[in-house]
Each structure stands twice: as structure tokens, then as C-alpha cells.
Write a protein of this length. Structure first.
Length: 230
């Protein structure tokens, strides 16, 4: 899957899955939607399959709250697109020992809003790791992923807990993804900055290829956000 700049949306026509995150919460925008760009209906018209919601920029820069994000998630799913549901704590919250509380609260807002988890991928993105070069250690990421899975088991269902893909985002690059991918509950990656660079060593690229293969084989959504490489 690829989340391109607007001028590259034509990439969707070549079979690459595209996603965006600045969507309206309903068919017609209301005041809260003014800082978003697209209607879900427009995205369907250009073959967009996924929407990223709850990304830290939307939460902490634009000021979207849990309920508004949940509303967007419900509407996106109702229109047949998939949701990449981002959760993650600020550095201050981690230092105060609030990581799980913050993630569970954000998760609950999604859980309260979505009618089904079939088309939802959870992305754990600690805010302190996004675009900073500070990747969560495999242990730090795994302990949140396993806790998120347990939360789903306890609060949604065992089936949803085992089927829902939980990917990691935050300064992932070709080198770091190999060790993170060894962790049992890390099902893939959401890649930002590194997707803009061509990579000479290919572990992330290989995992992306595996994700694509899984997708075409099973008609499930792929586990990985792709890093483009030559
Ligand atoms: O939107 C992208 C993700 O938040 C991760 O970004 P990053 O890989 O540049 O840290």
C-alpha cells in the first residue's frame, strides 16, 4: 500500500493500493471537517482502498479527538474502505507510565465506533518515534502490541484479537524492521520518511513483497505499508 502525495494519486491505477488520512467524517463536511481535504466518496472514485485515522499529526497538530476519529472510522468502513487505526503515546505520557492507558483509551474509541474489525488494521505509533529517528526497541513495541492484542481479546473477542493485524510505525527503516519483525505481535510496518529514500539493503522491501504476496493469495489486506526501493 502506498500513501502518495496528491500529484501521484494516478499510481492507484497501476494496482498499487493508495490511502489518505485527511478525510471528512460524513458525506458533506461540517465545521469540524474543514481541516480535511477529501470525502470518502471521492476516494472511492479514485480507487483508494484505505484511510489512515488517528495519526499523531491529526491528534496533536490538528486537534482531532477520539470521538471524532471514531466517527470517521465508522463512516469510512460504512463506505467499504479499510481503516488503519493509529494509536500511540507522547514521550511525556511514556515517561509518566501512561503508555498503556493512552493506547487503550484511543483503542476504545475505535472499538466503540466500528461495527466490525474485518477491515481494520491497528498501527501502534509512539509519537516520540515518528519522524525523530528514535525507533521503539523491539521489546518496547512488542509489549504494547501484545497488550493491545490482549485488550482486544478482553474487550472485543478472541477472534478479533487473533485476526487483527497490529503494525508498528515510527522511524522504521530497512535496518530496524528486521529485528522488529521478529517479535510475535508485530505484523507489519507503517513507514513514513524512509519510504522517500531508495534503500540499498532490502529487508523491508522483502517484507513488503511478502505482504503483497499474502494479499494476493488470501484477498486479505496486506500487512505492510511499503517502502519504495529500486
Ligand atoms: O506517517 C508515517 C508514520 O507516522 C511514520 O513516520 P516515520 O517513519 O517518518 O517516523
Amino acid at each position: 500500500m502506498l500513501q502518495p502525495f496528491l500529484c501521484f494519486f494516478c499510481l492507484g491505477e497501476d494496482g498499487m493500493f493508495i490511502s489518505v488520512f485527511r478525510i471528512w467524517s460524513t458525506k458533506m463536511p461540517n465545521f469540524s471537517d474543514l481541516l480535511s481535504v477529501f470525502s470518502v466518496e471521492q476516494l472511492k472514485d479514485i480507487s483508494c482502498k484505505w484511510v489512515i485515522l488517528g495519526h499523531s499529526e491529526r491528534r496533536h497538530v490538528i486537534g482531532e479527538d477520539d470521538q471524532f476519529i471514531g466517527k470517521k472510522a465508522a463512516y469510512t468502513l460504512s463506505q467499504g474502505l479499510g481503516v488503519i487505526a493509529c494509536i500511540g503515546e507522547l514521550l511525556k505520557e511514556r515517561e509518566e507510565g501512561k503508555t498503556f492507558d493512552v493506547c487503550f483509551q484511543q483503542l476504545k474509541a475505535f472499538a466503540d465506533a466500528v461495527p466490525s474489525w474485518d477491515n481494520v488494521v491497528i498501527s501502534y505509533e509512539p509519537v516520540w518515534a515518528i519522524g525523530t529517528g528514535k525507533v521503539a526497541s523491539p521489546q518496547q513495541a512488542q509489549e504494547v502490541h501484545v497488550a493491545v492484542r490482549y485488550w482486544l481479546k478482553k474487550n472485543v473477542s478472541a477472534e478479533v484479537a487473533s485476526k487483527t493485524r497490529i503494525i508498528y510505525g515510527g522511524s522504521v527503516n530497512g535496518g530496524k524492521c528486521a529485528e522488529l519483525a521478529k517479535e510475535e505481535d508485530i505484523d507489519g510496518f507503517l513507514v513514513g520518511g524512509a519510504s522517500l529514500k531508495f534503500v540499498s539493503s532490502q529487508p523491508l522491501g522483502l517484507i513488503c513483497m511478502l505482504g503483497l504476496t499474502l494479499f494476493y493469495a488470501s484477498e486479505c489486506t496486506m500487512r505492510l505499508a511499503c517502502e519504495m526501493n529500486s
